[in-house]
Design a protein around this ligand. Structure first.
Ligand SMILES: *[C@@H]1O[C@H](CO)[C@@H](O)[C@H](O)[C@H]1NC(C)=O
Ligand SMILES: *[C@@H]1O[C@H](CO)[C@@H](O)[C@H](O)[C@H]1NC(C)=O
Ligand SMILES: *[C@@H]1O[C@H](CO)[C@@H](O)[C@H](O)[C@H]1NC(C)=O
Ligand SMILES: *[C@@H]1O[C@H](CO)[C@@H](O)[C@H](O)[C@H]1NC(C)=O
Length: 187
């Protein structure tokens, strides 16, 4: 990589308007030098499902529940057992994925600090992960007002069982039909 590009990337990474800094990985704070708000957050992190089959995406909404806007956000996913973020985020507009603790895309942050009332993103569990996860999000309203590590409701990532009786389905028309409808419905 040429040095000019490297310098440019470093300069961009330092500029908070373009998303959270690497330092936010550990603290989940924006590092503006103000204390976090202790009151109820006007912003919530909302998985759009409470249960998902392993190896599939969890859609997540970051939403204002008042008339307030947020400018910045920083989100990570945790299993109940682990203090390290897990899985990968993808986000089309309003944000970018970010890599923390030598992971890959295991966090997400805003792209520009304009006013937002709702942001959609997706999270993919680690390959074959099964268990309970929750999301933690820091919302930044402005330089002095931010809410740290707001916790979501849990999402259960459940195992996909390939029915062992699949061979019998051809001899059981109602169950076979139900499975066919299920499979076609998923495509
Ligand atoms: C929140 O509580 C902590 C600990 O009591 C305090 O240090 C901090 O100043 C409080 N934040 C605000 C914005 O008042
Ligand atoms: C997580 O913890 C539960 C109980 O505390 C345990 O049964 C489970 O095996 C653990 N999962 C992992 C991946 O460590
Ligand atoms: C930041 O947000 C707080 C809470 O809504 C508000 O009272 C304050 O005036 C805002 N500060 C700036 C600089 O806009
Ligand atoms: C086929 O369906 C019947 C009910 O119509 C059920 O009693 C039976 O257990 C099913 N067979 C298999 C192999 O699932």
């Amino acid at each position: 990589m040429n040095y000019y590009l490297l310098f440019l990337l470093m300069a961009l990474a330092r500029a908070s308007p373009y998303g959270a800094l690497q330092a936010a990985c550990a603290s989940m704070t924006p590092g503006h030098g103000f204390n976090p708000q202790n009151g109820t957050s006007p912003f919530i992190v909302m998985p759009l499902t409470s249960e998902i089959i392993q190896n599939s995406l969890v859609p997540i909404g970051l939403s204002s529940i008042t008339s307030d806007y947020f400018k910045g956000f920083f989100i990570m996913a945790f299993s109940d057992n682990s203090s390290k973020p897990i899985g990968k985020f993808s986000i089309d507009v309003d944000g970018q994925s970010m890599s923390c603790f030598n992971g890959m895309d295991n966090a997400a942050t805003h792209l520009i600090n304009d006013d937002k009332s709702f942001v959609m993103l997706n999270w993919m569990p680690p390959y074959d992960f099964v268990g309970s996860v929750h999301f933690r999000t820091t919302f930044v309203k402005n330089m002095s007002h931010y809410w740290v590590s707001i916790k979501s409701d849990p999402v259960e990532v459940i195992q996909f069982f390939m029915p062992s009786s699949a061979a019998h389905f051809s001899s059981n028309s109602s169950l076979g039909l139900a499975l066919l409808i299920f499979i076609v419905g998923m495509i």
